[in-house]
Structure formats: C-alpha cells, structure tokens
Design a binder for this molecule. Structure first.
Ligand code: SF4
Length: 378
C-alpha cells in the first residue's frame, strides 16, 4: 500500500474522511486556500528552479504567480479573488526581498522532489518535497512551504510528522548526508528549522504502521471534532448527512428548528432585560430607602434572608460539649447542627447559645407580583 503524509494525517484526524476522500473518491470543490497555495508554490518553484544560473527578478516571480493564479481563479468566487491575488503578490515580493541574496555555498538541488520509498514489508511511503537545498559541508535542507494563516504552537512543530516523513525520504534518497528540515510560514515570513531525533522518527514510523493497519482493516469510524467545521466531506458524512425520512413523518423540521432558535433568542433577550429591570428596581429601592414599592398594578418587595455562612467550630464545641451533644456533630455543617437543634432535647436558651456560634450572611430577594391596588413610591 502507498501512504503519503496527506493520507496519513487525514486518517489520523478522521478515518471516515479518509474513506470519503481516498476510498470512495467523493468529488468536492477544491478549497480556495488550496488554489492559492498551489499558485504560490508554483511561483516559488520557478524562483528556486535549479536550472536558473541566478535568482530571477522579482517581477518574473510575480509573473509566475500571476500565470498560475489565472489558471485557477475561475474556481474562486469573484469577491474572494482580489484579496487572495494581492496577498500572493505581496507575500512573494517580501519572500524574494528576504531571500534574493542566498547564503554562500547554498544551492537548490530540486524543487517538487517526488519520492516513493519502501516502508516496512510491502508498503511505500510517497510524497513530494517542496525544495531540497544543498548547504556548505554537503549538508541538505528539506524545505516545506506553508501558506496557512494559522501557525501551530512550537511544541507541535517539533513533533511535525510531515517533516519526519520527509526526513525519512531524504535519508533514503541521499544516504549518509546530514539533513535538517525547515518549515517556511510564508504569510508570517517565519522559518522554523527542526532536527528530528531518531526516537521521534521511530514514533512516527509506529504511527504510520497503526494507520496502515486501520486502513487495511477498513476501519473508518468517523471521529467528530472541531475539524468537522471545515470538513469538505461533511454533507457525505454519516454523522451529518440528512437522514432518510419515513413517508409517514410529515413534520416540517426546518420550521421547528427555526422557531426553536427564535424562542431561544427571545428567552436570552428576555433574561438580559429582566436583569436590567431588576437592577433598576433595586437601585430605586436603595435610593428611596425602602424595601417595597407599588405601581402599574404590581408590587415589588425585597426581603432579607439570613443564612449561616459558617459555624465557629470552637464556640460550637464549647456550647455542645457540656450538653453531651458534641459527638453528634461529626462534621461542622449546617445540616448536622440543624439536626441537633431540632432534636427536641434542647431548651430555648440552649438553642440560642448554640446559634451564637454561627456567622450569618444576608441575602436579599426581590419579588414582583400583582399588587392588591394603589401606588406607593418615594
Ligand atoms: S464531518 Fe467530521 S466526522 Fe464526518 S468525515 Fe468530516 S471530519 Fe469526519
């Protein structure tokens, strides 16, 4: 079986997406980002082409992008075209400016280097490396361009399986050479050089083996997550595609969903407004130094409640121990003390004595209800 990084990463993210994409070969429109990425890659292939004796001029690189983009832009909506086009031109100008002076002794050996190398028994690891540079000392640098906006956290870059696979390819194609791998985030003008440890390469090999076992066993469970939000195969996925509705079900589910969403929005708005009104009424009560007000046929009353915030364990012990009741309170909590207080074994004075061990917290509750009549305010 042939496995590439894209297939490996797709299976690891969601085996069902792998099935839809590579087994069922469901056709979906190409995302605009892929068209953009391909056009930028073509321009960079031109810029670094080993056949050039010297670096092409910036306008030539831009022209290579223009040509590549023109071939693809008809698949991009008219509203999106200008932004992507301008971004591509700007990105390439910036990249050219920073890289036109190549470091002494560096040259490009290949762009879009295809590889198809043996992996374990009967498998092939395939892919395409964006660029292979030869550095002084006969070292090699494997370079992969990224046109995505999102840059993964550094820890994820260090465990980048794509570069590990490229490194395996380089070790096979150029045995005995010292190899470094670099990710170039073009939109951020940022380069990250990584050297994979043998331990990480072995971990990646194990992960590839696991993926191969899953594919060979036709294990294609959908694994939903945030990645579903941008999955191009979503409408074909068993988790998301519309169910087959039995003929006798005549429910207009779209209408139900719309009304549900409307009710939910109204409830949220009503809750927010209720909070504002409550605050305004309480401010009114505070300013009028009253706990009750009537108007419009309604009355608002604010009542105070005292709740035990905590018990002073020492004072409680001092009150209960002489009565032989301390052992009943295995844990100092309101529930335990209430049980003792309501046991019927204590006099009123003893209860009051015990209650002095409580620290109270006061809470106020506002209630608005239809009034008996009349209006009262400050
Ligand atoms: S929608 Fe989610 S679960 Fe379904 S195939 Fe796509 S990524 Fe997998």
């Amino acid at each position: 079986m042939r496995i590439s990084y894209s297939r490996f990463a797709t299976y690891r993210m969601c085996p069902q997406q792998y099935k839809l994409q590579y087994v069922d070969r469901v056709r979906v429109p190409t995302a605009v980002q892929l068209h953009f990425g391909s056009a930028v890659h073509e321009a960079l292939n031109f810029m670094y082409a080993p056949r050039h004796l010297r670096m092409p001029e910036v306008e030539q690189v831009v022209e290579a992008f223009v040509q590549a983009w023109r071939g693809r832009e008809r698949e991009v909506s008219e509203e999106q075209r200008p932004a992507y086009f301008e971004q591509g031109v700007e990105l390439l100008r910036r990249h050219w400016e920073t890289h036109r002076e190549r470091e002494e002794g560096r040259s490009t050996a290949a762009t879009e280097q295809f590889f198809n190398i043996p992996f374990d028994e009967g498998h092939l690891l395939t892919g395409r490396v964006d660029r292979v540079d030869v550095l002084p000392g006969n070292r090699l640098e494997i370079i992969d361009y990224k046109t995505s906006r999102r840059m993964p956290p550094e820890r994820d870059m260090e465990s980048n399986a794509q570069l590990a696979i490229y490194r395996m390819a380089a070790d096979h194609l150029y045995p005995g050479r010292e190899v470094t791998t670099t990710l170039v985030y073009l939109l951020h003008d940022f380069e990250m050089r990584l050297t994979q440890t043998e331990e990480f390469l072995e971990e990646t090999r194990d992960e590839i083996r696991e993926v191969l076992v899953g594919i060979e066993g036709e294990e294609y469970e959908p694994t939903p997550g945030t990645h579903c939000d941008w999955c191009a195969y979503r409408e074909h996925c068993p988790l998301f595609r519309a169910p087959e509705v039995p003929e006798d079900v005549e429910v207009d589910v779209a209408a139900l969903l719309m009304e549900y969403a409307e009710v939910e929005t109204e409830e949220k708005e009503a809750a927010a407004r209720r909070g504002e009104l409550k605050t305004a009424i309480e401010e009114y009560l505070d300013r009028c130094q009253t706990e009750r007000v009537e108007g419009g046929g309604y009355v608002a009353e604010r009542r105070s409640y005292k709740r035990v915030a905590r018990w002073d364990a020492e004072r409680l012990r001092a009150a209960l121990e002489p009565l032989g009741l301390w052992d009943r309170v295995t844990q100092v909590s309101s529930a335990a003390v209430r049980q003792v207080l309501s046991s019927g074994e204590l006099s009123g004075g003893q209860k009051r004595e015990i209650e002095t061990a409580a620290e109270y917290r006061e809470t106020k509750m506002l209630r608005v209800k239809p009034a008996g009549g009349g209006e009262r305010g400050c």
